[in-house]
Ligand binder design. Structure first.
Ligand code: 6PG
Length: 238
């Protein structure tokens, strides 16, 4: 794994850098293999990045969109990560509907929906049993408790190593999430983190002794590139 840390002077610069790096990695994937699989994070930080991606001229028909986690709500719910990305980006571009692969939340049982999404990934990537597909670009955020995707501190999802998708738990609320081994199979993981409230967790995660059970982002150690794009408020002490 190649780990790269960039601290940008402010949130605007962070989003501009996130855009340039994301476009670069998408373009590289398409040049190298004819397509790109990109995994979106939820939360509030990436929304301006998604709005900026909507202005880019990219071969959208060669780009496949996945989500790294999803709140267990309907797709039109204000908390839905899919809804946010569609409104900020995907509804503004001409991308084939079949290229958008949302996490299902319609079966009323998150375990079943996790299995459905896992099967969809295995089919799309023609995964050999027991193997994990290597997605091209995985965008991640980080909570002020050090969680990423829906891998929250001291939860069972952190121990799942034999599945692609599992059920996360935030304060008793179920969420679907990529597992740690699936994220770590990625060719390129890009954390985009802003705000002073993220500083303490970042200091732990960048230290040598932090425990991933307490700070789950610590478990992210991809076989490809690991980028941390931070604004000054979050990354000042690094
Ligand atoms: C989610 C995200 C989650 C998010 C962090 C940071 O579904 O909420 O996937 O992991 O990235 O909580 O959220 P902010 O960007 O809003 O700080």
């Amino acid at each position: 794994m190649k780990k790269l840390i960039e601290v940008l002077p402010n949130k605007t610069a962070l989003i501009e850098r996130s855009l340039s790096l994301t476009v670069e990695k998408i373009t590289d994937s398409i040049q190298n293999k004819g397509r790109c699989s990109i995994v979106l994070s939820g939360g509030s930080t990436p929304k301006p990045l998604y709005e900026s991606l909507a202005t880019q001229s990219l071969p959208w028909e060669k780009i496949h969109i996945f989500w790294g986690d999803e709140r267990y709500v309907s797709h039109d719910h204000t908390d839905s990560n899919q809804r946010m990305a569609r409104q900020a980006w995907l509804n503004q571009i001409s991308i084939p509907a079949k290229n958008i692969h949302p996490m299902p939340t319609g079966s009323s049982d998150p375990t079943i929906d996790a299995q459905i999404y896992e099967a969809e990934l295995k089919e799309f990537f023609q995964v050999v049993p027991g193997e994990f597909p290597a997605l091209d670009v995985v965008l991640l955020g980080m909570g002020d408790d050090g969680h990423t995707a829906s891998l929250f501190p001291q939860t069972k999802a952190l121990d799942v190593r034999d599945r692609l998708i599992t059920v996360g738990n935030k304060d008793g609320q179920p969420r679907l999430t990529f597992t740690i081994p699936l994220i770590n199979q990625a060719h390129c993981v890009i954390f985009i983190v802003a705000g002073e409230n993220k500083r303490p967790a970042l200091a732990q995660i960048m230290s040598t002794e932090a425990n991933g059970k307490t700070y789950p982002s610590r478990f992210i150690d991809p076989q490809g590139e690991l980028w941390w794009l931070l604004d000054q408020a979050a990354g000042a002490e690094l």
